[in-house]
Structures are given as structure tokens and as C-alpha cells.
Design a binder for this molecule. Structure first.
Ligand code: SF4
Ligand code: SF4
Length: 471
């Protein structure tokens, strides 16, 4: 039976509740009165539940669809202003014992190179990432208790935090590893990770089992309950994600919101981030073999409705998507993007011989500096900020401050100061000139006079050689 307070996956992601929600939504697809009522609730910017959001998702009223997109843009602006946080994925190992049919790292794929980075190789990758200007990483590894044990992950995190190359530093390491035990999550917490990210892929148990025929990941309940265990281990920032295209998007959209509701109700903290990946071509993987491809217009509606339903949660889109799609996603709700990404193991080290070890093809292959210039030209404020978790603003404290718009007052000056670091240390001459001009305008936009003046002083200090200021 559906119960968002239950620790059991089949209760909080209850199949019948999802089917009932879908039937309810479809029965009200032309119900203008109900849809307008839901939009009015959305305008309070405090979120929608999965039933309400599902009604909007299947709405057959074009003006309602346009209205929720408008609302998403307004919420994005209110919560995130024009700031966009940048990060890069770092692939450590593509050894994997699982059989995920949509991923080239699946165990049976014999024509991919299997690569696991040594600590020295990780150092070279991190130096290359620091030289691009990155401060925030997402670690990616396949699941393999022999090749990628937790000790390897912990050692790698220590290595990464320990590398100080020129003015570079990785200040936040987010981790995307397979579902594991409370004890291992505790170790990750002690290693000072930022967010623990685990994509659900699909919430549909039966399809999940078909897509994951082998290996420990085949256990849907263990996978679905992973975020609860992570929180039991002390990690209070967790990131959800569905791989859109694997299963019916309507089903997974509802499941994703139910998961967020469960975490908020049962653990007191909703997801820190929600990622919206779509399936991409890769070695041994043909996306056309999956029947559930999500067209662009629907994908945009999904992004908009996640923004409306969970306004307090950061949304992430990767370089899987094209520049054009990322531009639309930024308007509709995305607050974090990767830039200059390599999706192969060892991909950042230019001295390394090329291997066939990528997880998927990227569509937006522009170098980070081009992405920064593009964001600036679009009017965004690129941010390398990592202040919150370093200041202890995580979990419940973080969420409360986000909901009261208290954190937003720090985000803007922190974004400006970290952008100035990027411009001073890594930007090309043209990006630097563009950024320096825009920084003056961004500073004028800082609401609190004391923070504005302090940020202005700090920008001058950064230009004079000092680093790492934060509020
Ligand atoms: Fe392994 Fe993850 Fe790829 Fe599945 S999706 S095969 S667990 S790396
Ligand atoms: Fe993120 Fe906190 Fe920095 Fe704002 S101040 S960008 S919420 S880390």
C-alpha cells in the first residue's frame, strides 16, 4: 500500500499509486478548473505533489502547458536568479559487474577498454581539471567489489582533495557510486563528500528488472532504498535522477516526485539535486532500441514541471544534451551544468593514449571556456561556488535556508567571487574581458549592501592575487 513514510521501496514508490495517479491525471487532462487551481497553488512557489504535477504533465490544454512553463521560468528566477553552477564528471574506473543493458560498461561488453586509474593517474586528471578552472567534481565508477572497493574510492577522494596545483583546488567532490551499505556511506561522509548521487534509472520495478538482468544492481528494492541508507550513514545531501527514455516518462516522472516526497517526509530533507539525463548513443548501445524515447518538447515540459513541483531542489543537466537543449533547460529550471566534460576514464589527461572507455557520447563538446563565454553572453552568472557544504550548510539547515531565500543572498556574491577567480586564472583573453565587464553589473545586483561591498573588496583582492573567499 502507498505510504511515503514507509522504509520499504514498494510502499513509497508504490506501483498502484503511480497507476492511479496516471489514471486520475488522464481523466482530468481537459479539466480547466482543476488545472487552474493547481497552477494557482504552484504560483505560491512552495511545490506541488505528484498527483498535481501529473495532471499538468498530461494536460491537453495548450494555454495551461504554456502557463506552467512560464511559472517554471519565474520560479527559476526567484530561487536561482541568473546563477549557473559548473561542475565536471571524473571517471575513475569502468570495471563493472552489472548487466545494465543501456550502458557500455556492462560486464558482457568485451570490445570496450577496461580502465582503472591509479592515484598518480588521478592526480594528472585532477591537475588537468584544475587547469581548466573546475572546483567541483562528480566522481563516476562502475560497481566492482574487487576492482573498485570502497577503499579505492576513499583513497581517490583523499588524493583529489589533497592536490593543490597553482591556484587550483577541488573544493567539492560529489560521488556517484553504486548502492551500498550504511557503513560505506558513513565512510564517504567522513571523507567529506558533497552530494551522494545515484540515478534510479527507472522506478518501474518490472522494467527495471529486465534492464538490469545481472549483478547486485538487479535488486530494485536495495537500489531504491539506497538514499535512505545514505542518510542513515550521515550523508544529508543526496541527488536523484531518472534515465529518461528507458521507460514511460510519465511513470518515471511520478516516481521521481514520490521519491522526493518520501525523503522529505521520512528523512526530513528532500533531494539536494535532481538530474535529468536522457539516453544517448554509446559503444554497444543503440538508443533506438529503446521504445520510450522522450521528444524534446516533452523533455522540456518534464524539466519545467520538476522545477514547479520541487522549487528548492537544484537541477542538473549534462553534456549529453546539445547546446540548444541546454539553453532551453537553463531557462526552464536547470541550475547546474557540466562543462568541458570527458566521459571516458582518463579522458582529461592529454598526454594519455586514447582508449575506448567512454560511457556515452557527449553532444555539447565545447571546452569549458567557451561554455563560460556562452553563459555570460546569455546573461547568466557562471559560478564555481562550493561554499555551503564547507560552511556546514547541508541537509535540513540548507533546505530551510533555501526555502526562506536566505541562501540566495550568499549565492550571488559567492558566484561573482568564484567567477573572478576563474577569469583571473584560467579564462582566455576574450572571455576575461567579457566577464570583467559583466562582473560590475553582477555586483550592482547583490541585494544586501554589506555583502555587495565586501564582495567588491574581495574581487579586488582576487585580482591582486588572493583566493578562496566565501560567504
Ligand atoms: Fe555499471 Fe553503472 Fe553502467 Fe550499470 S550503469 S553497467 S552499474 S557503470
Ligand atoms: Fe550553492 Fe551554497 Fe554556493 Fe549558493 S552559496 S551556489 S547554494 S554552494
Amino acid at each position: 500500500m502507498y505510504n511515503k513514510m514507509s522504509p520499504k521501496a514498494e510502499d513509497f514508490i508504490n506501483h498502484e499509486e503511480i497507476l492511479d495517479t496516471l489514471a486520475y491525471a488522464e481523466a482530468h487532462a481537459k479539466d480547466r478548473a482543476l488545472q487552474e487551481e493547481i497552477l494557482e497553488k504552484g504560483k505560491k512557489m512552495e511545490g506541488l505533489d505528484h498527483r498535481e504535477a501529473a495532471v499538468l504533465l498530461v494536460s491537453e490544454l495548450p494555454d495551461v502547458r504554456e502557463s506552467f512553463r512560464e511559472l517554471a521560468r519565474a520560479i527559476k528566477k526567484k530561487y536561482y536568479g541568473n546563477r549557473i553552477v559548473l561542475f565536471a564528471p571524473l571517471y575513475l574506473s569502468n570495471y563493472c559487474v552489472n548487466g545494465c543493458v543501456y550502458c557500455p560498461y556492462h560486464k558482457e561488453n568485451a570490445h570496450i577498454d577496461r580502465v582503472k586509474l591509479s592515484q598518480e593517474e588521478i592526480e594528472r586528471e585532477v591537475v588537468a581539471l584544475q587547469d581548466m578552472g573546475h572546483k567541483r567534481l562528480a566522481l563516476e565508477l562502475g560497481e566492482d567489489p574487487v576492482n573498485n572497493p570502497i577503499e579505492y574510492v576513499l583513497e581517490s577522494i583523499r588524493t583529489i582533495y589533497g592536490i593543490k596545483h597553482k591556484n587550483g583546488a577541488i573544493r567539492r567532490v560529489n560521488v556517484n557510486i553504486a548502492a551500498t551499505t550504511v557503513e560505506n556511506y558513513r565512510k564517504l561522509k567522513e571523507a567529506e563528500i558533497g552530494t551522494y548521487i545515484l540515478f534510479q534509472e527507472t522506478y518501474h520495478k518490472e522494467n527495471y528488472e529486465k534492464l538490469h538482468p545481472k549483478g547486485p544492481k538487479a535488486n530494485w528494492a536495495y537500489h531504491t532504498e539506497a538514499m535512505d541508507r545514505a542518510m542513515d550513514g550521515g550523508i544529508d545531501d543526496v541527488g536523484l535522477g531518472v534515465l529518461y527514455g528507458l521507460n514511460s516518462y510519465k511513470y518515471d516522472f511520478i516516481g521521481q516526485l514520490m521519491h522526493a516526497e518520501h525523503l522529505e517526509a521520512y528523512k526530513g530533507v528532500g533531494p539536494h539535486t535532481i538530474s535529468v539525463p536522457r539516453i544517448r548513443p554509446a559503444d554497444d548501445i543503440d538508443p533506438d532500441a529503446f521504445e520510450n524515447g522522450v521528444p524534446d518538447a516533452i523533455f522540456e515540459d518534464i524539466i519545467a514541471l520538476i522545477r514547479v513541483a520541487v522549487p528548492y531542489t537544484g537541477m542538473i543537466i549534462s553534456t549529453r544534451e546539445s547546446m540548444e537543449m541546454r539553453k532551453k533547460a537553463l531557462e526552464l529550471g536547470v541550475s547546474q551544468i557540466s562543462g568541458g566534460s570527458k566521459t571516458s576514464v582518463g579522458g582529461y589527461d592529454e598526454g594519455r593514449e586514447e582508449e575506448n572507455s567512454a560511457q556515452f557520447d557527449t553532444d555539447d563538446a565545447r571546452p569549458l571556456d567557451e561554455v563560460i563565454a556562452w553563459l555570460l553572453e546569455l546573461g547568466y552568472l557562471p559560478s564555481f561556488c562550493t561554499a555551503c557544504y564547507r560552511a556546514g550548510r547541508t541537509g535540513e539547515t540548507f533546505m530551510e535556508e533555501v526555502k526562506n531565500f536566505q541562501i540566495a543572498q550568499f549565492c550571488q556574491p559567492n558566484a561573482i567571487m568564484t567567477l573572478e577567480e576563474y577569469l583571473s586564472d584560467y579564462a582566455t583573453a576574450s572571455t576575461r574581458a567579457l566577464g570583467e565587464r559583466r562582473i560590475e553589473e553582477f555586483l550592482d545586483d547583490v541585494e544586501r549592501a554589506d555583502l555587495r561591498e565586501k564582495a567588491r573588496e574581495n574581487v579586488a583582492k582576487i585580482r591582486a592575487g588572493e583566493r578562496d573567499f566565501r560567504f
